[in-house]
Design a protein around this ligand. Structure first.
Ligand code: C2E
Ligand code: MG
Ligand code: MG
Length: 583
């Protein structure tokens, strides 16, 4: 008997390991008590039962019958752990023991699988057993779960949200530190998601986000966390990457590559095939203590690094990146006030034809920083593009150029000159870009055919149709269009004939090598031939030597710009250059 009881209730403590003889006598002694209780407690609206010290039911009231869906005769004398398997679970057992040893009542919640209900149990110990009150708290539990779900999960994708991610990350950082193991945090941002949303609407965007969530979840193990931070930003938290940082890095790299390839597969957005890529930033954490907010910043920075290096790739955070980022942050803060403080200046670099006659200039932005001195555009334009500051800045450059054109148009010796203005992709993509160019030209009273807009190949990476439409609208106004840094980007040559371009600009990196590297020579030659076949002008930028000039001129390049001929100059310098350059 003792053996049998041990078998059913293997973890029975001394408090429960009553001698069966004693248990039996308690049980029979309790019988009259149970009968008295049954009369006095019949009116109680709460579900109430008594158990003897061995867990056998000695009393079971009407409400208990209703709640536990069992009749009293069925249960009396039966052990609770045999009738309700869940009641022998470790938590229930330890609560009963606790009540017995402390001689105090205990309250706890337990899910009764057999009846599918959450019950709150209040157990009062007395000498011969326990008085147990049951209360159905299922409705509260469902509500709690719903609230929990709303608070910790993203509604659209059902993924954990930022809040839950932060909690899990905090725990993961601690766990990995204790286990001396490495984990990784991965920031994933979809490339050009905004374009999809703007072009095809939010419903299609939502479908894409849901599919991305499913694919990401399938990429990682169940114990890893895939969260959505909002918008098109996802985070993957991976733990247990091993004890060595190098190994952890390479494992994280493998996962990142997998994510890149899985998210790069075509999507079916309700019958329409869509292609998307993502940029990933990865940071690792391990034995050294690290703060959750630092890790998030690091992964975010690394992700931005991926974006700036051309997207569709994964970058790892390292301390050097942090240093660069801090310096950039300071510069960005200053850039916000640069325009109001009149610290921006337009320089002009002359452009020449084959006869070395000056035909126009390119407007190149400079920042006269009060402490740092002259800052070149490559040090602040990328950040300005990221923050959107490029919009007011680009507008200002355009206004300066058009005012200058208007001033030159009044003088016969300068009326023929054109000004090329660099327009960043973000600026060009503004829905009102064409209108704003029209407005500036009209306000300044300059000739539209003297204005040239330089675009870069990155603009052609997506949304080709709307890009072409805008280019056509500008062309219809007689504004010229040049494709800058040609040969460097990823533009599809097959589209080139569809673009209403006036000019291709051979990137200065090819020009620099044109006399020394056969490849560069071959590329510039091919660009010139292709431009001629498409009826486009070709200009070489960054011409520094006579040898480069000669080589390019011999191949048929029509226009030139570079230090050999003239450096970028402020307006005053340009005016004096023009005077001295007069043939
Ligand atoms: P970009 O449009 O390709 O401009 C040509 C760059 O080559 C200029 O650099 C110019 O100073 C430099 N350069 C000219 N001749 C030579 C040469 O002989 N040798 C070498 N090595 N370089 C030469 P900069 O002024 O630093 O401008 C860099 C880039 O910043 C520009 O490249 C353009 O993409 C961007 N940028 C400049 N101004 C603006 C602007 O107003 N708006 C926008 N969105 N971007 C601008
Ligand atoms: Mg340019
Ligand atoms: Mg260029």
């Amino acid at each position: 008997m003792k053996a049998r009881m041990k078998k059913v209730y293997p973890q029975t403590s001394t408090a429960f390991a009553q001698d069966d003889r004693q248990a039996a006598s308690v049980s029979t002694d309790l019988l009259p008590l149970a009968m008295r209780l049954s009369t006095t407690l019949a009116s109680i609206s709460e579900a109430f039962a008594t158990l003897d010290l061995t867990g056998g039911f000695t009393y079971f009231n009407k409400e208990s019958e209703r709640l536990l869906q069992r009749s009293a005769p069925e249960l009396l004398g039966k052990k609770i752990w045999l009738e309700f398997g869940e009641a022998v679970s470790a938590s229930v057992q330890s609560k009963l023991e606790q009540a017995l040893t402390t001689k105090h009542h205990v309250e706890f919640e337990e899910f009764f699988v057999s009846i599918g209900k959450w019950l709150e149990m209040r157990v009062h110990p007395f000498e011969e057993g326990f008085a147990v009150y049951f209360r159905d708290i299922s409705a509260r539990k469902v509500a709690e779960e719903k609230i929990h779900h709303l608070a910790f999960y993203d509604i659209l994708t059902e993924l954990p949200n930022r809040q839950l991610l932060l909690e899990r990350l905090e725990r993961a950082v601690n766990d990995m530190q204790i286990a001396q193991q490495f984990g990784a945090l991965m920031f994933i941002d979809l490339d050009n998601f905004k374009t999809l949303n703007d072009t095809f609407g939010h419903l299609k965007g939502d479908v894409l986000l849901q599919q991305v969530a499913e694919r990401l979840t399938a990429c990682v193990r169940q114990e890893d966390t895939v969260a959505r931070l909002g918008g098109d930003e996802f985070v993957v938290l991976i733990q247990g990457l091993g004890l060595q940082s190098q190994v952890a890095l390479s494992k994280a790299q493998v996962i990142a590559s997998k994510v890149l390839s899985v998210l790069g597969e075509p999507y079916d957005l309700a019958g329409f095939e869509h292609h998307s890529t993502c940029s990933i930033g990865v940071t690792t954490f391990g034995a050294q203590p690290s703060s959750v907010s630092d890790l998030l910043k690091q992964a975010d920075l690394a992700m931005y690094q991926s974006k700036s290096l051309g997207r569709n790739m994964a970058c790892f955070f390292d301390p050097h990146m942090q240093t660069v980022a801090s310096a950039n942050a300071a510069l960005n803060a200053d850039l916000r006030t640069a325009l109001q403080n009149h610290e921006l200046v337009v320089y002009y670099q002359p452009q020449f034809d084959r006869a070395r006659r000056m035909v126009g200039v390119e407007a190149l932005l400079r920042w006269q920083h009060p402490q740092r001195g002259m800052v070149n555009p490559s040090d602040f334009i990328p950040a300005a593009e990221e923050t959107g500051l490029i919009l007011p800045i680009g507008q200002w450059v355009l206004e300066q150029a058009c005012q200058q054109l208007a001033a030159w148009s009044l003088r016969p010796e300068t009326a023929h000159l054109s000004i090329a203005v660099n327009v960043s992709s973000r600026q060009f993509r503004q829905p009102d870009f064409v209108d704003s160019v029209v407005a500036v030209i009209q306000n300044c009273g300059c000739r539209a055919d003297r204005l040239k807009i330089e675009l870069t190949e990155s603009l052609l990476a997506n949304n080709m149709e709307s890009t072409i439409a805008k280019m056509n609208a500008l062309k219809a106004m007689c504004v010229s269009l040049a494709l800058d840094d040609f040969g460097m980007g990823y533009s599809s040559l097959s589209y080139l004939h569809r673009l209403p371009l006036t000019q291709l600009k051979i990137d200065k990196s090819f020009v620099a090598d044109v006399c020394t590297t056969p490849n560069a020579a071959a590329i510039s030659h091919a660009i010139i031939v292709m431009a001629q076949s498409l009826g486009l002008e070709v200009i070489a930028e960054g011409v520094e030597t006579e040898a480069q000039w000669r080589f390019l001129a011999d191949q048929g390049c029509g226009y030139f710009q570079g230090y050999l001929l003239c450096t970028p100059l402020p307006l005053v310098g340009l005016e004096s250059f023009m005077r001295s350059h007069k043939e």
